[in-house]
Design a protein around this ligand. Structure first.
Ligand code: SF4
Length: 433
């Protein structure tokens, strides 16, 4: 093993009441075109600033991370790949011994690391390397200065946003227990720091000063959780994390995801209702940013209203994005594909969708391409691998991964989010000129 320092589930067939609530969901199984869960390290390593992600994988995994992280390789790297080589694959080397040696070297070189994630990959699964046991062994050895946890980012098990779910789910058992009777609000899901700060300010203006975020910015600042913890999901792809928080007694608040004005207002309303914030205090806190967001959306709406949009399954953000496009930009969703539809977590967004939209869960890429070509949408949101061929066929596309990498949540990002949908049209017009 060598190190390279580099920087399905099923849902029922029917939904709950409201908007698209009674529309059947088409389940598809077939070839998928999505990145694996390792990709989530690109945004996670910026969030927990004293954590390190050690991928136990192949050169392919290392190359994926190097290209996905792009310029980040010039920064102090907070992730690397322990390469499983031919000797490991042939069983000629003791992979556990080599992993221990690499981790010891890494930790002695980098005393700033306080939390180390061993991240599994397809190759580590193929050689059945037990990273759970390895993490326990190393954790005992390195305690108390470094905690060692593990999760899988393998393409066999995860799509790219599920990498974040697996990472946060691994953190949940580590969260301290909240004191008896202590009420708290927890926001769950990685958000850009600027967005987190904006929400923190809004919560404070609503009178909520004790709001915690998962993941935290430092490994030593894990939020406490207990039966009086209420949590708001900031991302729609955190099924396992939510399940584990519920096992610890916390309760999830039903809300649309905080995309656009409608989603952000609904999300903050849910927090206010759960924490007994007076409606006037909420309205006072959100009036100005809400107005700013509406002003920022107006020019994009004028440009995008009536445009037909088709979503390929990629990030699990598709349902709230389609709701935003339909209700705030006047766009017409034709098909909303999502790799996995968690109908409880998405209930509020589904209820707000216009009726009659086709919703698909899972992927059969050939069939979906046929439907997309037949529909000739004005804009297709899809992965990188599909975008170029569709552009060559004259379709206008948007890379869905950009919607994950860009800060899009909250009032102050609503205009930027709309701009992401408007930009492909501007690009195509510029090319035509
Ligand atoms: Fe490829 Fe699997 Fe490595 Fe992801 S984890 S880069 S899918 S080999």
């Amino acid at each position: 093993m060598n190190d390279v320092a580099l920087p399905t589930r099923h849902a029922d067939d029917r939904l709950g009441p409201g908007g698209c609530a009674s529309v059947p969901v088409v389940h598809e199984r077939g070839q998928r075109e999505v990145f694996c869960g390792l990709t989530a390290i690109v945004w996670l390593h910026r969030k927990i600033q004293d954590a390190f992600f050690l991928i136990v994988g192949s050169r392919t995994c290392a190359h994926l991370m190097q290209s996905a992280a792009g310029v980040m390789i010039f920064a102090e790297p907070r992730f690397a790949t322990a390469i499983i080589d031919e000797r490991d694959l042939a069983g000629l080397a003791d992979a556990n011994e080599e992993l221990d040696r690499l981790v010891a070297r890494l930790v002695s070189r980098r005393p700033d690391i306080k939390l180390l994630f061993l991240v599994g990959s397809c190759p580590s699964e193929v050689i059945k390397l037990d990273l759970g046991r390895a993490a326990q062994r190393l954790d005992r050895r390195l305690a108390p200065s470094v905690r060692v946890l593990h999760y899988s980012g393998s393409g066999i098990e995860t799509t790219f946003t599920q990498g974040e779910d697996a990472c946060l789910a691994a953190l949940v058992p580590e969260l301290p227990r909240a004191e008896r009777g202590e009420r708290s609000l927890l926001v769950v899901g990685a958000l850009a720091e600027a967005v987190e700060d904006q929400f923190q300010r809004l919560f404070a203006e609503m009178g909520l000063r004790e709001v915690a975020f998962l993941p935290p910015r430092r490994a030593g600042a894990l939020p406490a959780v207990g039966p009086r913890t209420r949590f708001l999901l900031a991302q729609p792809y955190l099924a396992e994390t939510a399940r584990r928080l519920e096992e610890r007694g916390a309760s999830r608040l039903d809300a649309p995801f905080p995309l656009g004005v409608e989603g952000t207002v609904g999300w903050l309303h849910a927090a206010a209702a759960a924490c007994n914030v007076a409606p006037e205090a909420l309205e006072r806190a959100i009036a100005a940013p809400r107005r700013r967001a509406e002003v920022a959306l107006a020019p994009h709406r004028a440009r995008l209203a009536g445009k037909r949009i088709f979503f390929f399954p990629d990030s699990q953000l598709e349902v709230p994005l389609a709701r935003f496009c339909a209700n705030e930009l006047g766009m017409v969703p034709i098909e909303i594909g999502t790799p996995y539809l968690h109908r409880e977590h998405l209930a509020a967004d589904l209820a707000l969708l216009p009726p009659g939209v086709r919703i698909t869960e899972g992927q059969h890429v050939e069939r979906q391409l046929d439907r997309c070509r037949a529909a000739r949408p004005d804009l297709t949101v899809c992965g990188l691998g599909l975008a170029n061929p569709l552009e060559a066929e004259g379709l206008t596309t948007k890379w869905s991964i950009e919607l994950v990498f860009t800060p899009i949540q909250g009032f102050d990002q609503a205009g930027d989010l709309a701009g992401l949908f408007a930009r492909p049209f501007a690009r195509r017009e510029a090319l035509a000129v």
